[in-house]
Every structure is written in C-alpha cells, then in structure tokens.
Design a protein around this ligand. Structure first.
Ligand SMILES: [Zn+2]
Length: 460
C-alpha cells in the first residue's frame, strides 16, 4: 500500500505517542505514517490518504498519563473481555459496553480498545515502575503480581493480537489487503554463568570438598577430573559450548552466548575470566564459527553504569574478539529496572538487550514477541537500544526455585505451545538454555536433556 497513514491524536505525551505509533505503523505494518497532534481532540483516529472512511479509537491511557513522576494509570481488574477478530481478548485500556471490540459506523469504524496506550503500557513495563507489591529476593518484579499473569494472558502476546485485530479492521474499512511484518523464527541463546565444573578447582577447594563429603576417594576423583579438564577442557561437562554450536549448526541456526566479564556480588556472581585460557580459545571458536557473543551483565549492573561499563570494556578488549561485533546484552538473573537499565545500556552503546522475560514464568512479559526500540520513561525520549523479548528460559521449568523440575514431556508441550503462539503472530520464539543443562549434575540427565533440546530445535 503506497498511500500514507495519517494518525490524529490529542496533543499530549508527544514523544511517547510518536514512539509507539512508529513501532506499530512503520515497523510492524511497514507503512508510511504522518502524525497530527490536535489540541481539542479526545480520541485517536486512523485515516488513509485518499480515503474518506476513518477508524476511531479511545484515548484512555495517554489521556491520564503525565510521565513516571506522576501516578501511572493502571488497568482496572478484572479486565473486560471483548471479541477482537476471532478471539476473546482482555482490554487493558478502553471503553464502551459492547462485547465487540469494533463496530462499523457511517464514517468508517469505531474500536473500543485503546490499542496505542495499551501497547505502550505493556511494552515498556509501566506496572514495574513504582510497584506497590514487594519485589522478590533478587529485587525483581514478581510475575505473579503482573497483570498479564493475574488476567491469564502471559502465555500469549496480547499486543500482537491487538495488531492483528487492527489489521482486520483496517482491511475491512478500506477494502484493501494489509500485511503485518512476519519474522517468525526460533532463536537460541546461552548465558554462561558457570563454564567449568572441574577445570577451575584448586587443591584447597578439592580438599574442602573431600572433607565435607568425609571421603578421601571423592577428593581423589575430583583431582583426577580437574587434571583431565586442564589437559582437555572439553572433557569438563560444563565446557560444552562446542557441542552447543554443533547442535545449532546441525539445525541451520546460530547461537548467542552471553558472557560474564566481572561481578561485584560475591554470592550471586560466579567468577571466571573470559580473557584467560581455555575461555579465550573458546571465544575465538565461537566467533570464527559465526555465532554471536554478548555481555552477560553481572548481578548488580542493571542499576550500576560504572560496573557494566567496566565489564563491557573488558569483554570488548579481549584481543581475539572483533569488538564491533559485541553489541548484545542480557542481565544476569534477568535483573532489570524499567527506568535505569535501558538508559545504562543505551549510554554504553549496546544495541540489543534480551532480558525481558519473567524468571519465574515463561511467556510474554512485554505482550509481544517482536523486537522494539526502548524508551527512556524518565527523560521521555526514544532510545536506539532494541529489546528482543525472551520467551522461554530453561531454569524456569527445571529449577525447583521456580516451577521445576517439570517432566521433559511437559517442557516440550510448553515450548511447542509458546512457539506456536509466536508463529501465529509472526514473532520470534527466543529460548535460553544454559550450558549447565547439558551436564549430568544438578539433577539433570544429560542424555535426556540433549534429546529434548534437539527435539525442540527440530520442531521449529
Ligand atoms: Zn546468568
């Protein structure tokens, strides 16, 4: 469609509105768009150049929003469900008593859902800005208190479905086909929290473990495994990144490895040195095989610019790496703050973050599985930094701290359903599998896990 879309909106929250409208119309629909801010307007309208008919939408969220320093509007629970296309979907912000999300009018159509405001609210995690609920032990917003979980839409991308509905309404009103960008694919990434099980052990640690186990033979075995791993690092069960690359390549995929390069928290930051052997050689292999390397920002870095800068610099300075290629990040423990973390990433020149998934529950924390440019909620300005939401993390279903351990059958079912939900909206099913998952420890069965993982990669 060559014609230009014209969006007329009330004259407030200009930067916020521009940002979300650009994502919706320019990125997702790939349309040329013009925005007109009008002082006396209280609804939003969508028109197409050369067409008389237009579509009206309510302006609920932005009508009440004045930035994060004021009270942030919240959806009112229980959310009303309305028919949007073939689905009954919850309405975050909207109005009207109709059970239908859309009604034809003489001028075109009236939609009862505030699609623009709801998308902004969910993508940029407005409910996490001033939480009234206690945070979890890692100071993260608890999934169980999210509107998505409470209203039962965490398992599908609500905003992507809103846009499919909008597409149908626009097609009907203007009698023209319109397409949403389809970029369905499965991606895999691996946070390297612990690259070694035995390799890094020193005599004092081994003696301490032997004493704890009250067993001389435990200490002797560990010593033997440690020496073997020193001679042949890939014999260390955690140092299996080459096998992970083999698996990805056999399915025509590339992996992304997120590497820790420091840490200030003695309890939660594992300490290893990416700039020392045998890790250096591994990085070289990852790069030469065309897989991606990103920074795994340590525990405190989501709110500590200097620390993240030091880690990013250390990783980029590793001689064998092409520093220009290191541009992604994911925060350790998925610790992320809506006002601070995106700004820190932006200032460091990081191009993509992939931290947005609840550690305790798989699904669609941002209501979308499409990437989007972040927004600085405090300074009220758009950022270049992209967010690629994470949809599934192995720990969520394997660790007893969260929902695990689930059976492999259940994990497969869950991943298949999440992947289908991404496929339906042409998004990205982004999975995180730790290297430690492929070792026969921590209650894992390496062979079974290997089979499960391969099965998942093939099922794409
Ligand atoms: Zn981690």
């Amino acid at each position: 469609m060559a014609n230009q879309i014209i969006i007329r909106v009330p004259d407030s929250c200009r930067e916020e509105r521009r940002h979300i409208l650009k994502w919706i119309f320019e990125e997702r629909f790939q349309l040329k768009m013009d925005i007109e801010f009008e002082k006396d307007r209280c609804q939003c309208s969508i028109s197409l150049e050369g067409q008389v008919q237009s579509i009206l939408l309510p302006d609920v969220f932005f009508g009440m929003y004045s930035g994060v320093e004021e009270q942030i509007p919240m959806p009112i629970s229980p959310l009303k469900r309305v028919e949007l296309g073939s689905r009954l979907l919850p309405v975050l912000f909207g109005h009207g008593d109709s059970e239908k999300g859309y009604s034809p009018s003489e001028e075109g159509a009236v939609i009862s859902v505030d699609i623009f405001g709801s998308a902004f609210w969910l993508l940029f995690r407005l409910e996490e800005v001033s939480p009234v609920v206690p945070l979890d032990r890692h100071s993260r917003f608890p999934f169980a208190d999210s509107v998505a979980y409470r209203e039962n839409f965490l398992n599908y991308p609500l905003i992507d479905h809103y846009l499919i509905f909008l597409q149908k309404v626009m097609e009907q009103v203007w009698s023209r086909p319109l397409a949403l960008r389809d970029s369905y694919r499965v991606t895999v990434s691996h946070d390297i929290d612990r690259p070694y099980l035995y390799h890094h052990l020193n005599p004092a640690k081994i003696i301490a473990k032997g004493i704890r186990a009250k067993s001389y033979s435990t200490a002797r075995q560990l010593w033997g495994k440690r020496n073997r791993a020193r001679v042949k690092p890939t014999s260390d069960p955690f140092f299996c990144m080459d096998k992970i690359m083999d698996l990805s390549e056999s399915e025509g995929m590339k992996s992304a490895f997120y590497i820790l390069a420091g840490g200030a928290n003695r309890k939660f930051d594992p300490c290893y040195h990416p700039d020392q052997q045998p890790f250096l050689d591994l990085l070289r292999r990852i790069e030469s095989r065309g897989h991606a390397i990103g920074l795994h920002g340590s525990y405190e870095t989501g709110r500590n610019r200097e620390l993240l800068l030091a880690e990013f610099t250390r990783l980029k300075r590793i001689p064998c790496l092409n520093s220009e290629e290191v541009k992604k990040t994911r925060q350790h423990y998925l610790r992320w703050h809506p006002l601070e973390t995106p700004r820190i990433h932006e200032e460091l020149g990081i191009e993509e973050d992939a931290s947005l998934c609840f550690a305790g529950h798989s699904g669609f924390r941002c209501g979308t599985c499409h990437s989007f440019a972040m927004f600085d909620l405090f300074r009220r300005e758009p950022l270049k930094l992209r967010q690629q939401p994470l949809i599934f993390m192995d720990t969520t279903v394997l660790s007893p701290i969260y929902r695990g351990p689930l059976s492999n059958e259940k994990i497969f079912q869950l991943c298949s359903s999440l992947s289908e939900n991404c496929k339906e909206v042409g998004g990205v099913f982004s999975m995180l599998w730790h290297n430690t998952f492929f070792a026969d420890i921590l209650g894992n069965n390496a062979l079974e896990n290997h089979e499960l993982y391969t099965h998942l990669l093939r099922a794409k």
